[in-house]
Design a binder for this molecule. Structure first.
Ligand code: ADP
Ligand code: MG
Length: 728
């Protein structure tokens, strides 16, 4: 082991857990401590302002200036009591992270002193000079006006000394420059459309919420080892590294005992999350060594997404206190599982009905089937778009590999639900309906018992029904869930509207309401059959089958992004009021540009490491072998020496061939980048990077990994997988 590597590895293995003190209070007592939630609002706001704010949160009523001032004053009072000195508008630009610009509460008091100041105006809207965020050409820096505007539906919170106010981020001209604004619009669209459908069954429903329960997977690596891997540091993943002899084959890590050092990290993360009102519930080891998962109790989608972004930020911060770095990249290590972020999604009413779960009466069950079939229709019609919503340069490593959902969107329903849909489709309408007051004799009354033990969970499905929700499993661990959630909710909203139009059309001709619903459902069940697949999503037969069914089977990420600009997608986003053509076009520019940049960084890092780590080390080792071969000649008669040196000669040649190949490829890759960089169109450039650079990264890596196996371990400078992947 090289001296440097030895020191780093030794120190990593010697590290002990830093104990985290358990708070004196119980979690129920400190839960939400750092959040300006309703309890705090009630305490710190005048009665009238409180009532108006709650109405605004629940019903989206705009806030007047006077109320905003009162809210700002109350928020400031609470924040200062909590020790905050600064405030920030907290938003989600298209970079997949969060952004904040802190301002102190202080202002001149006009008498030479300072006062703590925070007005309604500053709460509601700000103009951060954030012209460098990606915007796809919507803002050019001459009139670089981007506004952040308060989202009262997600409560303000305190991190460190800063009051954070969740905001949307929009251009002067009104276009969204972030994920939150279109997500909120999609949630509003699905609310409206779903309420209308609910009214067929329950006239008292006023609001439908979309719920999200995410499951965040991640890796932890020792900080010292991480620092010694420039590829991890700069690109978030290892661009080289031979598989460890032992990794996940024994599956001994999965659900195993959590190492003490990791446990202390998790403990602190949980305490801080709970204080921020994030209801973390589950933690466990994942399949790959050093891989873990955490999940909260599901929440309203917008809030759940804010919480996920907050948790990712907390993980980054807290991991460092424990001598770790958290890896949120979808595929930090080759040969072991990557990380995803299952998005458990459902709709539910303000009257407490879960719309993705069966109920007690035939009507309840017809409502359940109505929502399920409409979701399937939406996913069917927009399967390519949904794939685009979870696609990225980094998630591409995970999808389609035999560990994660395949690169084709399909939906698993399980035997029971499949049987119900089959039954509906095949029965004659007369069999399903009874004339007169009784309405229905739907066999679907039997659903509840059946679904309760619907345990055949198919892990290979990207969009699986799991009893009372759908689980969108293709989302990447690093992603902002809003990308997937806004596409899904908008698509479902569009579909529910279409469904209602059809049903109402039939009712207008005098048809019974339930008969009309059944008729449209039966037609839809037939139409969206292609999306339903309960088999093994990893198999090659499925790829063939999916192609025959007309599902989107494209695997090139830049081409997958085209789905956003298909007429059906633009219509869907425009008709639901979620995004305009202009916004979609701009956002795609950002997507392509980001794709290119990510691959470009990887190519540069790999090129660098090859030229100044790998080739020099391999050559030095090779020289020592050459030296040995010559010395053997001095010691032994020529023919004996050549027999004895046979192995070394082989390695010498092997190293020469590989280093030559690597050097040639790196040069070729530089040339290919030059060619690609000259391409004007962001789309074409991204495609060039995908088609030419990405395969070269793999080819180069292959030979580096082979060299790692033969070169003297004492010389190899980069920490190896067997060191990176096993926390002691
Ligand atoms: P598994 O790993 O078996 O898929 P977990 O218990 O780890 O399940 O995570 C399930 C997630 O789904 C949790 O966040 C949970 O709160 C969430 N969830 C449960 N029911 C619903 C629902 N009706 N709608 C949305 N999310 C839900
Ligand atoms: Mg899950």
């Amino acid at each position: 082991m090289s001296k440097l590597r030895f020191r780093v590895v030794e120190s990593a293995f010697k590290k002990r857990a830093t104990e985290v003190a358990t708070p004196a209070e119980r979690p129920s007592e400190y839960f939400g401590k750092n959040v300006f939630n309703r309890e705090k609002m009630f305490k710190y706001l005048p009665e009238k302002a409180y009532a108006k704010l709650v109405d605004s949160i629940d019903n989206g009523t705009p806030l007047d200036r006077e109320t905003a001032d009162a809210v700002a004053a109350g928020m400031k009072k609470w924040a200062i009591e909590m020790g905050a000195t600064h405030y920030t508008h907290w938003f989600h630009p298209l970079t997949e992270g969060t952004a904040e610009k802190h301002d102190a509460f202080v202002e001149h008091d006009g008498k030479g002193g300072m006062v703590e100041e925070f007005s309604g105006k500053l709460l509601i809207q700000q103009e951060p000079d954030a012209s460098s965020f990606p915007n796809g050409g919507i803002r050019n820096t001459f009139e670089a006006r981007g506004y952040s505007a308060w989202d009262p539906s997600s409560p303000a919170f305190i991190v460190g000394d800063t009051l954070c106010i969740p905001t949307i981020f929009i251009a002067y001209t009104g276009e969204s420059l972030d994920y939150k604004a279109p997500l909120l619009k999609a949630l509003e669209a699905v609310n409206k459309a779903a309420v209308d459908i609910c009214h067929y069954f329950n006239p008292d429903v006023k609001k439908v919420y979309a719920y999200l329960g995410w499951e965040q997977e991640y890796f932890l690596v020792d900080e010292g080892l991480y620092a010694a891997r420039p590829d991890l540091l700069l690109s978030g993943r290892t661009l080289m590294g031979h598989e460890s002899s032992k990794n996940q084959q024994l599956e001994d890590h999965y659900f195993g005992a959590i190492p003490t050092r990791v446990m202390e990290f998790m403990k602190e993360l949980e305490i801080e999350s709970l204080k921020l009102g994030i209801p973390l519930k589950t933690r466990h080891n994942e399949v790959a060594p050093n891989q873990f998962e955490l999940a909260p109790i599901f929440e309203e989608c917008n809030l759940a997404n804010d919480h996920n972004l907050l948790v990712m930020a907390l993980m980054r911060k807290i991991s460092r206190k424990h001598g770790f770095r958290v890896l949120l990249h979808e595929k930090p290590f080759k040969g072991v599982n990557g990380s995803g972020k299952h998005n458990n999604w459902s709709l539910g009413t303000d009257t407490g009905i879960g719309l993705m779960g069966p109920g007690k009466t035939p009507e309840d069950n017809l409502r359940f089937i109505t929502f399920v079939v409409n979701v399937l229709m939406a996913v069917y019609r927009h399967n390519g778009l949904l794939k685009a919503s979870i696609s990225s340069a980094t998630n591409a490593h995970r999808l389609g590999a035999n560990e994660a959902p395949p690169a084709i969107i399909s939906s698993f329903l399980g035997t029971q639900l499949s049987q119900v849909l089959d039954h509906l489709e095949k029965s004659e309408p007369e069999d399903l309906m009874l004339a007169g007051k009784q309405g229905m004799k739907l066999d679907i009354a039997r659903i509840p018992e059946l679904l309760i033990d619907n345990t055949d969970r198919n892990r290979t499905s990207p969009f699986a029904f799991t009893g009372n929700r759908f689980e969108f499993r293709a989302v990447g661990s690093e992603a902002n869930c809003a990308s997937a959630m806004l596409a899904l909710n908008a698509a479902v909203a569009e579909q529910l509207k279409l469904f209602k139009t059809e049903v109402d059309g039939k009712i207008a001709t005098g048809k019974d309401k339930f008969a009309a619903i059944l008729e449209v459902l039966r037609k839809d069940i037939k139409e969206c059959k292609a999306i339903h697949f309960d088999g093994n999503g990893y198999s090659d037969e499925w790829k063939e089958e999916a192609k025959r069914r007309g599902l989107d089977c494209e695997t090139s990420v830049p081409v997958i992004f085209d789905n956003y600009l298909k007429e059906s997608s633009i219509n869907m986003f425009e008709s639901t009021g979620v995004m305009t053509r202009k916004e979609l076009e701009a956002r795609n520019e950002v997507k392509w540009e980001t794709y290119t940049k990510k691959i470009q960084i990887e190519a540069r890092v790999l090129g660098d490491l090859t030229m100044n780590h790998i080739i020099p080390i391999a050559t030095r080792y090779q020289t020592s072998l050459v030296d040995n071969v010559y010395k053997m000649k001095d010691l032994f008669p020529a023919d004996k020496a050549s027999v004895l040196s046979a192995r070394n000669l082989e390695i010498i040649e092997d190293i020469a061939c590989r280093t030559n190949f690597i050097k040639e490829k790196v040069d070729e890759m530089i040339e290919a980048r030059k060619v690609a960089n000259k391409i004007e169109s962001e789309r074409e450039k991204a495609i060039a990077y995908h088609d030419t650079i990405v395969p070269m990264l793999e080819e180069i890596r292959y030979h580096i990994d082979k060299l790692e196996l033969v070169v003297d371990d004492q010389m190899w400078t980069l920490p190896k997988y067997r060191e990176l992947l096993f926390i002691r």
